[in-house]
Design a protein around this ligand. Structure first.
Ligand SMILES: Cc1cc2nc3c(=O)[nH]c(=O)nc-3n(C[C@H](O)[C@H](O)[C@H](O)COP(=O)(O)OP(=O)(O)OC[C@H]3O[C@@H](n4cnc5c(N)ncnc54)[C@H](O)[C@@H]3O)c2cc1C
Length: 370
């Protein structure tokens, strides 16, 4: 997400770049994603937003349900006042949209099937190894933007260590159309130490289902229906209809990880810099925002050092605020009985407008002007 968005942001400023990707083909990977208006405002500048919307489903609300009864506690409006939608989409469909936009640009060169290896200073440039099956290519470049994900090999090579385990596990699965009642917009069920999220993907033909629970090591896919058997029956039907769940141990990058390296010639962005729990559905959105802000600083600043410093000064407070919101969701979503009754009463007493107001700072964000 971060790498392709970065390339498109640079290309729209007429800057050339090479995207080096480990995967030999950019094909169907991962599961569903929610894309909030703050991310879509960036993407709208990079390609055909109507085409992207057609690949996903526009959501008007996120509805929170009590786990056992399924009662709707609150419905939070998520579309933005300026008309920018909130979209649910399969990750592969977003990736295909980004690749199509990148392929149309003469400023972007995609090199697939290459693993980034050692990166070292070489006079004023960096010398980068791109390892492929037939041998190693050497790239000379003034700047490396490392967008290599939560397990970032670049971060590990820089001696920053790996991400931390969070103690939580996500089970991701797809429900084929007709197998269970498709959700209306984004739906979440809140229970003690667990929650579930469902939303349409593949232009509404399928439902993406995510079940979050403690990672206790013994959990397995076959027992999932039993572990959620006392929850809302509608959720149970969806769980029973999933043909194969995939387990994702959830990891997070410590907030103190430094982003700028090698004398301001290398910067980490996206999950490589700040992976967080997906409880506010903002990881990809932050990666996309990163790309827009970094491209603007590279344009404005007199040199790379100032550009990278300016970028970090602008981004850190926002990333920290999103991380705090994620912690708040973790606490509130997983409250045990009877505290959950208090939570439900407070949420139910609030108007839709005031609930939406809580997240205006997040969803109303705009990319820097050109
Ligand atoms: C269960 C779950 C649900 C989520 N839901 C949402 C959601 O609803 N909304 C949202 O915004 N976010 C969500 N996220 C978070 C989101 O998936 C990530 O934040 C996002 O994918 C980060 O993008 P990225 O580009 O930084 O990293 P990635 O998408 O991981 O991309 C990293 C890329 O780097 C490549 N790579 C790695 N190492 C090398 C190497 N050495 N050389 C070359 N290439 C390399 C990889 O192949 C990959 O293509 C969710 C995450 C999880 C786990």
């Amino acid at each position: 997400m971060a790498g392709l968005t970065m390339a498109l942001e640079l290309a729209r400023r007429d800057r050339p770049c090479i995207v080096v990707e480990r995967a030999p083909r950019l094909e169907e990977v991962g599961a569903g994603l929610q894309l909030s208006p703050n991310a879509l405002r960036v993407l709208a500048r990079l390609g055909d937003l109507d085409d992207l919307k057609a690949r996903g489903t526009v959501a008007e609300t996120v509805t929170l349900h009590a786990a056992r009864t399924g009662r709707a506690i609150a419905s939070v409006p998520v579309s933005s006042a300026d008309g920018t939608p909130y979209l649910s989409i399969h990750r592969a469909d977003l990736q295909a949209w980004l690749v199509r936009a990148a392929a149309a640009s003469s400023r972007i060169e995609l090199r697939l099937g290459r693993d980034i290896g050692a990166i070292a200073r070489d006079r004023s440039d960096l010398r980068v190894e791109a390892i492929r099956s037939g041998g190693t290519e050497i790239l000379q470049t003034p700047l490396v933007i490392a967008a290599d994900g939560v397990n970032s090999p670049t971060a590990q090579r820089l001696g920053l260590g790996g991400p931390a385990a969070t103690g939580a596990l996500a089970w991701r699965g797809r429900v084929a159309d007709g197998a269970a009642m498709p959700p209306a917009g984004i739906e979440a069920w809140l229970g003690p130490r667990r929650h579930a999220v469902a939303y349409p993907i593949a232009s509404g033909r399928e439902t993406n289902l995510v079940l979050i629970e403690p990672a206790d090591g013994s959990a397995n896919h076959a027992d999932l229906p039993a572990r959620f058997s006392k929850w809302d029956r509608r959720l149970g039907t969806m769980i029973a209809s999933v043909d194969g769940f995939t387990a994702w141990p959830l990891k997070a990058v410590p907030g103190a990880r430094p982003w700028r390296h090698l004398d301001n010639r290398l910067i980490l962005i996206g999950d490589a810099a700040h992976a967080m729990l997906p409880y506010a559905a903002q990881g990809a959105a932050m990666a996309i925002e990163d790309a827009a802000v970094l491209a603007a600083h590279l344009d404005r600043a007199a040199d790379l050092s100032n550009a990278l410093r300016g970028y970090e000064t602008e981004r850190r407070p926002r990333i920290d605020r999103v991380r705090s919101r994620v912690g708040f969701h973790r606490f509130v979503y997983h409250l045990p009985f009877p505290l959950s009754l208090g939570r439900n009463a407070v949420l139910a007493s609030r108007s839709a407008a005031s609930l939406a107001g809580d997240l205006a700072w997040l969803y109303d964000w705009r990319p820097p002007r050109d």
